[in-house]
Design a protein around this ligand. Sequence first.
Ligand code: BTN
Length: 258
Amino acid sequence: MEPVRGENPWGRRTIFLDRVDSTNSRLIELARSGVPEGTVLVAEQQTAGRGRQGRSWYSPPGGLWMSLLLRPPAGFVLPGGLPLLAGLAVACALEECLGISPGLKWPNDILLGEGKAGGILVEAGEEGGGRFVVVGIGLNVAVEEFPAELDNTAVSLELDSSRGWRRALLRVLLRRFRLLYLELLKKGSLAGLLGEYSRRSVTLGRLVVVSTPSGAWRGKAVGLTPAGELIVEDAAGIQRTVCSGEVSIRPAKKEPEG
Ligand code: BTN
């Protein structure tokens, strides 16, 4: 992929903190006080990092814990596509900066092999009659140890924490993300980006379990809609669109030996 160059207004105002409860929570407060689109908050450590579905997010020193503020134009109706966009931007940045090609698990997980190396939490709010969106990105870059409950699922990219990866990764990530976002605004759909996303997807083509408040069902992930929803074909061959809830990938069946 071609490197992207030039001035990027996103990140021109970047706040680096040693420690914060959650970069998302703090940036939401700042958004309400009127800071501009493109403001970025990065913390060395989060004491109350938040994940999806009300879960907590383990955020010791050694990760990239960051949030970006967007102020989408009125009429922008695609916040559901933003986690996909952010995931794609992270994947492109990791490839470009570090030569690492992660997998993208719909809608918001960054995988390295089978392990979760990162996640995205998109939250929307209102301020002075205008909407804002905070895109939180967490990436286990040089996290040495995980608590026991995450030990089977979380992985780190295992980079040397003393190397200056953070600023370079942040710069490329923000450039990639902005280009993807501008294309999304221009086209009003993710359609033009789905090819690139699908190439990195570890969900498409796999058997999945969809957990919803009303129960779980199984099917095969067969595609994505232009709004970024997952299309899952159930056992009766009916295609259903999944826009929220939890999707887990069923492990591939082992071929019998011998
Ligand atoms: C997930 O559950 O997969 C989403 C995890 C998102 C974590 C990031 S770390 C930076 C930002 N601040 C937070 O409190 N959460 C997000």
